[in-house]
Design a binder for this molecule. Structure first.
Ligand code: SAM
Length: 389
């Protein structure tokens, strides 16, 4: 008897990973991640109870398969269809209706009407933010670096820049509110239309004058978004939660400014290779600064190590300085730098740690902050005073 040839597809196909338990994940998300958002909580619970609606999650690539991707996709379609019945529940498009008994049927109808577009968003988009609130820290950090190096002219390279909105750090207005009620206004004060960023501040307040000039700027991202592309801009807004009007208005005004100024943003699979080429074109009188915020979170441990080694080489041989704003888990945070408890609370895991380095120097802690820059605890001797050399 002749043996049957082995089926090639049988022999080579990797085993399929088990299908996630979407119902459990959406219920967990409702309980743990959105207790302060009744609409998202209700939507997650309704989706968890309707397997046919949840099945759309199978479109999402494994690394993006999170409930907030579905919520962002729904939000994007609601923004595209503000006359729909579901839009009546979304404050971001003027809806005022609270979750009620009709919501289940309205949601099912909306998903049926928008199924093709929702599937496409789940397949192709990633939950992606671009938070200009972080510029409340970036601005004094650049001020600090300019003084530390005695060079006013800086060249800023934003690695993982999303839509590049933080490249506009010198185009925003800042209001720093100190603990004793003192306030400092800084940034683009002459531009009344510039996005306004407020930050409650502990520690020495920034100086009102910038003390730095962004002579060059460049952003790279694996999958950049473009402020001038309506679909990209809508996606960024859709990734915000519908009740957060203040953040939405600030993002809209930053997107409008980015459309005018067209901060340079490029797609790059290897952002550090792009950085190296960019350094070649800089004049010798500028101080190049590599910046990244909430990017290392996406890296596997081995990639993070390799990233650090490559940056160290660029610091040693190309005079690069490194400014990072990452979570504690993703930071080489100086061991003796504690995070003092905040009465207004942010978990240690979601705090952003700001630090900088240059060749031959240990990481210098600058600050830690709320992940969106709502408050900051400045740790360096003074915002704007020279750091140790
Ligand atoms: C949470 S967002 C932060 C965006 C921006 N830095 C900010 O603070 O608003 C993370 C960004 O990092 C990008 N990213 C992740 N891995 C990357 C890599 N290896 N190279 C470049 N960009 C990357 C993602 O595409 C995403 O836009």
């Amino acid at each position: 008897m002749t043996a049957l040839p082995a089926s090639p597809s049988f022999a080579t196909e990797p085993p399929r990973p088990p299908r996630p338990d979407w119902s459990a994940r959406f219920r967990h998300f409702a309980d743990e991640d959105c207790p302060e958002d009744p609409l998202y909580q209700a939507l997650c619970r309704l989706l968890a109870a309707q397997p046919a609606l949840l099945a759309l999650m199978d479109e999402a690539p494994p690394e993006q398969a999170q409930p907030n991707l579905y919520l962002a996709a729904l939000h994007a379609r609601v923004m595209a269809a503000p006359q729909s019945a579901l839009a009546a529940y979304f404050p971001s498009v003027g809806g005022r209706r609270l979750p009620d008994e009709a919501l289940a049927a309205v949601l099912a109808g909306f998903v049926a009407d928008h199924e093709a577009a929702l599937r496409s968003l789940l397949r192709h988009r990633a939950t992606q933010t671009n938070e200009i609130g972080r510029c409340a820290l970036l601005w004094p950090a650049l001020q600090h670096l300019a003084r530390a190096g005695g060079r006013r002219r800086l060249a800023l390279f934003d690695f993982g820049c999303s839509a590049g909105l933080n490249l506009g750090v010198d185009a925003y207005r800042y209001r720093y509110l100190g603990e004793d009620g003192q306030a400092v206004e800084a940034g683009a004060l002459a531009d009344r239309d510039a996005p306004q960023i407020s930050c409650r501040w502990q520690g020495a307040l920034p100086r009102p004058e910038a003390g730095f000039e962004l002579a060059f700027r460049q952003g790279v991202d694996l999958r950049p978004l473009h402020a001038a592309e309506p679909e990209d801009a809508r996606w960024l807004l859709a990734c915000l939660w519908p009740h957060d009007q203040e953040r939405r208005e600030r993002l809209q005004s930053a997107l409008a400014l980015a459309r005018q100024r067209a901060w340079p943003v490029q797609a790059a699979d290897d952002g550090l290779a792009r950085l190296e080429a960019w350094l070649d074109g800089l004049p010798p009188d500028v101080q190049p600064v590599l910046f990244h915020s909430w990017v290392l979170y996406y890296f596997q441990a081995a990639d993070r190590l390799r990233h650090g080694q490559r940056v160290e080489r660029l610091m040693a041989h190309r005079g690069l300085w490194w400014l990072s704003a990452e979570s504690r888990a993703d930071s080489d945070w100086p061991a003796d730098t504690a995070l003092a408890p905040r009465p207004d609370g942010v978990s240690a895991g979601s705090a952003t740690l700001w630090q900088w380095r240059r060749a031959g120097q240990a990481p210098q802690a600058l600050a830690w902050s709320h992940p969106h820059g709502r408050f900051a605890h400045w740790l360096a001797p003074a915002a704007g005073a020279p750091g140790p050399r």
